[in-house]
Design a protein around this ligand. Structure first.
Ligand SMILES: [Zn+2]
Length: 456
């Protein structure tokens, strides 16, 4: 077995030539998406409970992005943005039900052409819609499976693998998402005990209510149903963290010394009471969009322990992973993102830009839950943000003064008007990609701005 693996390494080096990372040929790449994981509930992001001991270790060896954002507060649209480097209104996978098709320009398909084996291990059946993008794909046989099964599937695949090519593997964990339905994906009670031992339920809840500007009444109602929201949410992060450690150890043992890039992120955050909403999908406030992003890459590619304050987006994954794999991006057609690899090394050449995100479209299910009518999308940078509603008033926030987005400025404030105009232009540029026509006049100078920022 060992000899086979050695042969595999030698073959891959010979077959693929140019290295993406260090000296040992293109690296294996593991992308983990922990569904529904708010960045600010990880200890590495300042949370007072030790929810993520393994990810803390990964941060010490790797790079942490302090301001990473999803493109949607909904699962499939957000994942599709990672794999296609397009915003939802462009790639068209607007709800979890949309089929992914073949998508030859997707990240896994591009890596496949570059000599990579690609494998996807989601934990919910509906993500089987992306199966056409991967060479190997394990759609769960049940609606949802726990992280432990996903890790077992991945390690089983590696164990039986006899393939000289490097691999790109995507693993998706749903356990944190199911904090609202703990019986759906039970976790061991000791994770909850560990969290409460570190910080009592009452203190954790007080922290969240104050720091997240969450609504106490929602917590009251949850507790009436027998649920301690913050304890359950945190315990599930702790449980998934342990599974990521098991995966990491397993891959390290089976990888026979080959370099591996590790990327841990999420597809969106969670309300946890902020803006009167416990879950996600309804709004585009930052608590539903800001996600962790931790990257461990071989030395020479990343500076260990670095923290990057520059805002990055899910659309940046495709160009970044291609660069890490040594594949490059010959044609930027349809690619909205920018490679963040220079930031891993400590580079600072990162021209300012606006990021975009949207809420999933209104649907039958949503209407029953008193959905805000019409389209809702947002455009933001590190300092300001506008939320645009097709049926309702826009909301402008100065994030420097109001990071929790609690007090929108008057819509006619000069900054608010300017950002709202840029947001509408941004959206208008995106819409023709799916055959729609912009419904507003786009000033010529805004088109020039967007061109200068690389969006046209
Ligand atoms: Zn999700």
């Amino acid at each position: 077995m060992r000899r086979l693996r050695l042969l595999r390494i030698l073959l891959s080096t010979w077959l693929l030539g140019a290295a993406g990372c260090g000296s040992g040929g293109p690296p294996d790449v593991v992308l983990i998406t922990v569904d529904t994981l708010r960045a600010d509930h990880l200890s590495a992001y300042g949370y007072p409970r030790p929810t993520s001991p393994f990810l803390d270790e990964l941060v010490a060896r790797g790079v942490l992005f302090e301001a990473a954002y999803a493109t949607s507060s909904h699962t499939t649209p957000s994942h599709a943005s990672m794999f296609l480097s397009q915003y939802p209104v462009q790639h068209g996978l607007l709800t979890n039900e949309h089929p992914g098709g073949e998508a030859p320009a997707s990240l896994p398909r591009r890596l496949g052409e570059h000599g990579y084996a690609t494998a996807g291990f989601p934990s919910v059946r509906f993500l089987g819609s992306l199966s056409g993008w991967f060479e190997r794909f394990e759609t769960p046989q049940r609606r949802v499976v726990p992280a432990a099964e996903v890790v077992d599937a991945m390690l089983g695949w590696l164990e039986e693998r006899d393939d000289p090519r490097p691999f790109f593997a995507w693993l998706h964990f749903y356990d944190v998402h199911e904090w609202v339905r703990p019986q759906q994906l039970p976790i061991a009670g000791d994770h909850r005990e560990a969290m409460v031992a570190a910080l009592s339920s009452e203190d954790a809840e007080r922290f969240v209510l104050e720091r997240h500007a969450a609504e106490a009444a929602l917590y009251e109602r949850a507790r009436e149903r027998g649920l301690w929201p913050v304890d359950e949410y945190d315990a599930r992060i702790h449980a998934v963290d342990a599974e990521i450690r098991r995966l990491y150890q397993g891959v390290s043992e089976l990888g026979a010394g080959r370099e591996t890039v590790w990327i841990v992120t999420s597809d969106h955050g969670e309300g946890l009471g902020s803006h009167g909403w416990m879950s996600h999908g309804r709004f585009v406030y930052h608590e539903q969009l800001r996600v962790p992003l931790i990257v461990e890459a071989p030395s020479g590619v990343a500076s260990p322990g670095r923290r990057v304050p520059v805002p990055v987006s899910a659309v940046d994954f495709l160009p970044s992973v291609l660069e890490l794999a040594g594949a490059g991006l010959a044609d930027r057609e349809g690619v909205m993102g920018r490679s963040f690899v220079p930031l891993l090394r400590g580079g600072s050449d990162w021209p300012p830009r606006l990021l975009y995100a949207e809420r999933r479209p209104r649907d039958e299910h949503a209407v029953r839950r008193e959905w805000i009518p019409g389209d809702v999308y947002t455009v933001f940078d590190g300092e300001e943000k506008v939320i645009v509603r097709s049926e309702g008033e826009d909301a402008y926030f100065d994030l420097r003064e109001d990071p929790l987005e609690l007090a929108p400025s008057a819509p006619d404030a000069p900054d608010a008007e300017d950002l709202a105009r840029r947001a509408q232009a941004f959206r208008a540029v995106l819409e023709p990609a799916v055959g729609g026509e912009p419904d507003i006049e786009i000033p010529e100078e805004l088109i020039e701005d967007l061109k200068a920022l690389g969006y046209l």
